[in-house]
Design a protein around this ligand. Structure first.
Ligand SMILES: [Zn+2]
Length: 115
Protein backbone atom coordinates (compact mmCIF):
# COMPACT_ATOMS: atom_id res chain seq x y z
CA UNK A 1 0.00 0.00 0.00
CA UNK A 2 1.36 3.43 -0.86
CA UNK A 3 0.86 6.44 1.32
CA UNK A 4 -1.41 8.16 -1.18
CA UNK A 5 -4.07 5.44 -1.06
CA UNK A 6 -3.96 5.15 2.70
CA UNK A 7 -7.41 6.23 3.94
CA UNK A 8 -6.10 7.01 7.43
CA UNK A 9 -4.10 9.84 5.92
CA UNK A 10 -7.30 11.59 4.83
CA UNK A 11 -8.94 11.52 8.27
CA UNK A 12 -9.75 14.86 9.87
CA UNK A 13 -10.71 15.86 13.41
CA UNK A 14 -14.26 16.33 12.17
CA UNK A 15 -14.33 12.77 10.81
CA UNK A 16 -13.18 11.46 14.18
CA UNK A 17 -15.80 13.54 16.02
CA UNK A 18 -18.55 12.30 13.73
CA UNK A 19 -17.37 8.73 14.24
CA UNK A 20 -17.40 9.10 18.03
CA UNK A 21 -18.02 12.44 19.74
CA UNK A 22 -16.14 15.53 20.78
CA UNK A 23 -15.38 14.30 24.28
CA UNK A 24 -13.97 10.96 23.10
CA UNK A 25 -11.75 12.67 20.54
CA UNK A 26 -10.44 15.14 23.16
CA UNK A 27 -9.70 12.30 25.59
CA UNK A 28 -8.04 10.21 22.85
CA UNK A 29 -5.86 13.18 21.92
CA UNK A 30 -4.74 13.48 25.55
CA UNK A 31 -3.83 9.77 25.58
CA UNK A 32 -1.75 10.33 22.47
CA UNK A 33 -0.06 13.44 23.88
CA UNK A 34 0.80 11.70 27.14
CA UNK A 35 2.33 8.81 25.14
CA UNK A 36 -0.04 6.10 26.24
CA UNK A 37 0.04 4.37 22.85
CA UNK A 38 2.79 1.81 22.34
CA UNK A 39 3.91 -0.91 19.95
CA UNK A 40 1.99 0.50 17.03
CA UNK A 41 1.84 -2.01 14.18
CA UNK A 42 0.06 -2.52 10.88
CA UNK A 43 -2.21 -5.44 10.16
CA UNK A 44 -1.91 -7.30 6.86
CA UNK A 45 -5.21 -5.76 5.78
CA UNK A 46 -3.94 -2.17 6.14
CA UNK A 47 -5.38 -1.62 9.60
CA UNK A 48 -3.55 -0.56 12.73
CA UNK A 49 -2.94 -2.25 16.04
CA UNK A 50 -1.52 -0.96 19.33
CA UNK A 51 -1.50 -1.18 23.07
CA UNK A 52 -2.95 1.74 24.97
CA UNK A 53 -1.92 2.10 28.60
CA UNK A 54 -5.04 3.32 30.33
CA UNK A 55 -6.31 2.07 33.73
CA UNK A 56 -4.97 -1.22 32.36
CA UNK A 57 -3.31 -2.00 29.02
CA UNK A 58 -5.93 -2.30 26.29
CA UNK A 59 -5.31 -3.89 22.90
CA UNK A 60 -6.90 -1.83 20.14
CA UNK A 61 -7.33 -2.47 16.44
CA UNK A 62 -8.75 -0.15 13.80
CA UNK A 63 -9.52 -1.27 10.25
CA UNK A 64 -11.14 0.20 7.20
CA UNK A 65 -13.92 -1.92 5.79
CA UNK A 66 -15.51 -0.66 2.57
CA UNK A 67 -14.83 2.93 3.53
CA UNK A 68 -16.01 2.58 7.12
CA UNK A 69 -13.75 2.75 10.14
CA UNK A 70 -14.18 -0.28 12.37
CA UNK A 71 -12.63 -0.40 15.85
CA UNK A 72 -12.14 -3.27 18.23
CA UNK A 73 -10.80 -2.83 21.72
CA UNK A 74 -10.40 -5.00 24.78
CA UNK A 75 -12.20 -2.28 26.78
CA UNK A 76 -15.38 -3.53 25.03
CA UNK A 77 -16.64 -0.13 23.85
CA UNK A 78 -20.37 0.50 23.76
CA UNK A 79 -20.45 2.82 20.76
CA UNK A 80 -18.56 2.89 17.45
CA UNK A 81 -15.26 3.31 19.15
CA UNK A 82 -13.50 4.25 22.34
CA UNK A 83 -10.88 6.75 23.47
CA UNK A 84 -8.21 4.10 22.86
CA UNK A 85 -9.11 3.71 19.17
CA UNK A 86 -8.93 7.48 18.72
CA UNK A 87 -5.53 7.60 20.44
CA UNK A 88 -4.20 4.83 18.16
CA UNK A 89 -5.46 6.61 15.02
CA UNK A 90 -3.82 9.88 16.09
CA UNK A 91 -0.57 8.04 16.87
CA UNK A 92 -0.65 6.43 13.44
CA UNK A 93 -1.34 9.71 11.64
CA UNK A 94 1.57 11.26 13.57
CA UNK A 95 3.78 8.42 12.31
CA UNK A 96 2.62 9.06 8.73
CA UNK A 97 3.31 12.77 9.01
CA UNK A 98 6.81 12.16 10.34
CA UNK A 99 7.28 9.37 7.75
CA UNK A 100 8.16 6.90 10.48
CA UNK A 101 8.00 3.23 9.59
CA UNK A 102 5.28 1.19 11.24
CA UNK A 103 6.11 -2.54 11.37
CA UNK A 104 3.63 -5.17 10.24
CA UNK A 105 2.36 -7.20 13.17
CA UNK A 106 3.31 -10.89 12.97
CA UNK A 107 0.36 -13.32 12.66
CA UNK A 108 1.05 -14.59 16.18
CA UNK A 109 0.90 -11.12 17.76
CA UNK A 110 -0.91 -11.68 21.05
CA UNK A 111 -3.22 -8.76 20.40
CA UNK A 112 -4.91 -10.70 17.58
CA UNK A 113 -5.88 -13.34 20.14
CA UNK A 114 -7.20 -10.80 22.61
CA UNK A 115 -9.43 -9.03 20.13
ZN1 LIG B 1 -10.93 0.91 24.24
Amino acid sequence: MTLSDNPFKELTWVDLMLWTNKRTVAAGKTFFQTKKVRQLAMTRTGGILAWVDAEEPFATRVEYNEGDLIAECTCQPLGNACIHAIAVIIEYIAHLKKQLDVPVAPPNDERFYLL
